[in-house]
Design a protein around this ligand. Structure first.
Ligand code: NAD
Length: 358
């Protein structure tokens, strides 16, 4: 297969981890006979420095013409001035919007050899394997908002708004994923209070009943979910929810495996390229030291192969290589629990060698 992949290294540790993701992609190309055309573009703080914009037009054009995008991270103290005209995160929000990426997909998997890095007890975390679908382009983050005078000073408001089509498309995506896994879908809402949640419940229930009869469907209130996620996370397979609840729950879920450096994510639309990235930020505290964990980015590469290029065997080869390297005892500092560790590029090379050998 020939594919065009845009690399958006971004800021801080972004370039360090994307370089290791590219190594994994090259190993897959050599092993399975594919050819990737890479184009590296600017996004975030480095793009502001070079062009004044967090998302230069040439980046948008390159992304739109690609099959998939691999992003590092954006942001850092240099661009944190609240009075700044533009901020690095604006680049991220804009590219998601330009590409109509409405679903954020986050696997949360506990690696047995790393379970003791979790803040939770081993018996709760071991075996956790959850796939989150968070709606990304609707809800309270995008509804009408504002401020108006009030007798006590001011009042402010945000509006949560969703339509049937927005709920149907992400429910379908999540239910389809559940079919390929343990066939269980949990929809999270606040239907006892919010009208928007009642629409979510009606629509998602109908979609699963009519189109995915083999998928077991359940609903949970978001407050109950916040508890269940840390008390019995093994009960969940695929979870689908709206933007605000998903924002909070996916970060809660990220704590289960114990390290930010292990979790990838994908932002997907109905068609066109997907955007793949680690869930962590630019980690300015460790940038340039060569100690960042590149595994989240390498696992994002596996998602890229699976979701944008339909290369399931290759995706599994990357995931298996990560498993093998971890099982052999190799660790970056963040997951070494004070023990012996390897550098960012050593970890990338170990995975690369394992893909080649597999
Ligand atoms: P962060 O994820 O960058 O770092 C949090 C902690 O985790 C730090 O101690 C860091 O050293 C550690 N860490 C993160 N990734 C790691 C890795 N791969 N290996 C080892 N350790 C790792 O979050 P933060 O410190 O809150 O944010 C730093 C900057 O990143 C901010 O400017 C923030 O806005 C930005 N940010 C960007 C994204 C993104 O680009 N998607 C996401 C979150 C935060």
């Amino acid at each position: 297969m020939d594919a065009k992949i845009v690399l958006l290294p971004g800021d801080g540790i972004g370039p360090e981890v994307v370089a290791e993701g590219q190594k994994a992609l090259n190993a897959v190309a050599r092993k399975f006979g594919h050819r990737w055309e890479f184009e590296t573009c600017l996004i975030g703080g480095c793009a502001i420095d070079a062009t004044g914009s967090a998302l230069p037009d040439v980046t948008t054009v390159a992304c739109k013409q690609s099959h998939a995008i691999l992003l590092g991270a954006v942001g850092g103290p240099k661009w944190d001035d609240p009075r700044a005209k533009t901020r690095p995160e604006a680049g991220l929000l804009k590219i998601r919007k330009e590409l109509q990426l409405f679903a954020n997909v986050r696997p949360v998997k506990a690696y047995d050899v790393l379970v003791d890095a979790s803040p939770l007890k081993r018996e709760i975390v071991a075996g956790v394997d959850i796939l989150f679908f968070r709606e990304l382009t609707g809800g309270i983050y995008f509804g009408e908002s504002g401020r108006r005078p009030h007798s006590s000073g001011e009042e402010a408001f945000n509006t949560m708004i969703y339509n049937t089509g927005e709920i149907e498309r992400i429910t379908r995506m999540a239910a389809r994923a559940a079919q390929g896994r343990r066939k269980k879908l949990t929809q999270v809402d606040k239907a006892n209070v919010l009208e928007v949640s009642r629409l979510w419940r009606e629509v998602s229930q109908r979609v699963v009943r009519d189109e995915f009869p083999d998928v077991q469907y359940e609903v949970l209130l978001v407050d109950a979910m916040a508890m269940h996620l840390i008390s019995k996370p093994k009960c969940f397979d695929v979870i689908v929810t709206e933007n605000l609840f998903g924002d909070i729950l996916t970060d809660e879920g990220a704590m289960l495996p114990g390290s930010m450096g292990m979790l990838p994510s994908a932002s997907l639309g109905s068609s066109g390229p997907g955007l793949y990235e680690p869930i962590h930020g630019s980690a300015p505290d460790i940038a340039g030291k060569g100690i960042a964990n590149p595994l989240a980015t390498i696992l994002a590469v596996a998602m890229l192969l699976r979701h944008s290029l339909s290369l399931e065997t290759e995706a599994r080869a990357v995931e298996a290589a990560v498993d093998t390297v971890l099982n052999a005892g190799h660790r970056t500092t963040d997951i070494a629990a004070g023990g012996k560790s390897v550098s960012t590029s050593e970890m990338g090379s170990l995975v690369e060698a394992q893909i080649t050998k597999s």
